[in-house]
Design a protein around this ligand. Structure first.
Ligand code: HEC
Length: 97
């Protein structure tokens, strides 16, 4: 995990803003590199959800309308800057992990 955090300082990765780099640079801090970890011990592991469930969840967190386990604001901070297409890309990528 330390290694991943160090990698984010290299600008080349910031331009490669694919779902893959978002997962390793942002999401893996809480959900693991395979998205197989519960967020702070409260949520489901994202990679066990369907594409549609992930997309609905991420849009809800981004729009500030979802807080399934009382920690929606934590997720909102992480996804509030992402576009619809980035959320869609993430929702397709995560179930493959
Ligand atoms: C700081 C820790 C943290 C980071 C970083 C984080 N999450 Fe989460 N995640 C959580 C928490 C806490 C929840 C539960 C929120 C709630 O109360 O609904 C959650 C919930 C989720 C859920 C819904 C799971 C369920 O049970 O319905 C998905 C999907 C998800 N996160 C995906 C992501 C993605 C994609 C990223 C990267 C953009 C990310 N998370 C980054 C902590 C984090």
């Amino acid at each position: 995990m330390k290694k991943l955090i160090l990698l984010t300082i290299f600008p080349v990765l910031i331009f490669a803003s694919s779902a893959q780099s978002i997962v390793s640079n942002v999401c893996s801090e809480c959900h693991g590199t395979k998205m197989d970890e519960s967020g702070m011990g409260v949520s489901m592991a994202p990679n066990t959800l369907t594409q549609a469930e992930i997309l609905t969840a991420l849009q809800g967190y981004r729009d500030g309308t979802r807080s399934e386990y009382g920690m929606g604001s934590t997720m909102n901070e992480k996804v509030s800057e992402f576009s619809d297409s980035e959320l869609e890309e993430l929702s397709k990528y995560i179930p493959t992990l």
